[in-house]
Design a protein around this ligand. Structure first.
Ligand code: PLP
Ligand code: COI
Length: 354
């Protein structure tokens, strides 16, 4: 560790909550580890990060986060192998994306050392919270929001960067059923869809609630202009397999540049799977479902890993996907998780030992 890390202040929790946690029955992101990292931006600079017991924070009612939604986040995971070694997956990509989101939301960018050394120091302190049960990991939520006060609709002068962590199991409990959305949009050209801005998610809740009432778990977002192109699935990038070709849409202003997405594309190529990054139309997916060439659809993201879609709904008709014994989804999920949990070689150099 270099001098920056030594500056991180650490206040340890007096008692640990770890014995209250049932590590064999973890849900997603609902119990939190003993510590969190907090770093304030004041007077034009990020101050020294502090690690402290996980606890509520106090804010002014006029803090701009409450009014203007100036808030961004990241989603990452820490994995533990059989030797109790701890790994992250492409963490610098999350750091870079946090600053891409920051720039778009007029939030001051964070120095790399604060992110990386803050995170690794926090993980070393809370390493017992990283589950070793199959399919579980420590979900990491770095976020920045406007803590500065004032009703004036302009960027705040103060911000908080926090990292909180939560031992977590699967994001989806079972099969994922999705509804292709044609009324509401998640994002638009020139908008903030490519940023991990909190408001992007708030805007999805209502259309998703409507889909849930109809029996689906998630919405498949289509482009805001024509609703003819498949873009994302809830908080996941989406992959479609027609015949033996695996496809996903190109990233754009409207789509989050997912780290799982780009990793899956590289692994698929390595596996000899034909891949295409191109606009995918709803018409061709429906047509392929009807003529039997639609083999798979799956979502990809940090929280959801690779989540196969069992059914998609479109204009009041449900289309079921076949259950394949050797699906691309299962092959690709195994390859990516074997790298993440240090169960296999990592020819790509993605694994980061803490
Ligand atoms: N798309 C959206 C809207 C997301 O929220 C996420 C989750 O982070 C993803 C895609 C997947 O991105 P990543 O693989 O980097 O987690
Ligand atoms: C992630 O995959 O890490 C995400 O950020 C999704 C989240 C909204 C649960």
């Amino acid at each position: 560790m270099n001098s920056t890390a030594q500056k991180i202040l650490v206040e340890k929790a007096k008692t640990s909550k770890i014995n209250q946690v049932d590590f064999d029955n973890l849900s997603f992101g609902s119990v939190f580890s003993d510590h969190m990292l907090v770093c304030d931006y004041r007077n034009g600079a990020w101050e020294t990060p502090k690690i402290m017991p996980y606890q509520p924070i106090s804010l002014e009612p006029s803090a701009k986060i409450f009014h203007y939604g100036q808030s961004i986040f990241e989603g990452m995971k820490a994995y533990k192998d059989g030797n109790n070694d701890i790994f992250l997956f492409r963490p610098l990509d999350n750091f870079k994306r946090l600053n891409i989101s920051a720039k778009r939301m007029a939030i001051p960018e964070l120095p790399e050392a604060y992110f990386m050394e803050g995170l690794t120091t926090l993980l070393e302190l809370d390493k017992d919270w990283i589950p070793q049960t199959a399919g579980s990991s420590l979900y990491i939520r770095p976020f920045i929001f406007a803590s500065g006060k004032g009703f004036h609709a302009s960027p705040a002068d103060e911000y908080k960067f926090i990292i909180a962590t939560a031992p977590s199991g699967s994001y989806f409990a079972g099969k994922v059923q999705v509804l292709i959305e044609e009324t509401y949009s998640r994002s638009a050209n020139g908008g903030v869809g490519f940023a991990k801005a909190g408001g992007n998610y708030a805007g999805q809740f209502y259309p998703t609630q409507l889909a849930v009432k109809k029996g689906y778990n998630q919405v498949i977002w289509t482009d805001d202009n024509t609703h003819e192109y498949i873009e994302e699935a809830g908080a996941m990038n989406i992959f479609v397999r027609i015949g033996d070709t695996l496809m996903t849409g190109p990233t754009s202003d409207r789509i989050l540049d997912g780290i799982t997405r780009k990793s899956i594309l590289e692994i698929a190529k390595d596996e000899g799977i034909a891949t295409e990054v191109r606009k995918i139309t709803v018409t061709e997916v429906v047509e392929a479902a009807k003529n039997g060439t639609l083999k798979e659809m799956f979502g990809a993201g940090t929280a959801a890993v690779v989540s196969p879609i069992s059914t998609f709904g479109y204009r009041n008709t449900d289309y079921d996907l076949p259950e394949l014994s050797d699906s691309y989804a299962s092959r690709l999920k195994k390859r990516i998780t074997d790298i993440q949990y240090n169960r296999a070689e990592d020819p790509f150099g993605w694994r980061f030992k803490v």
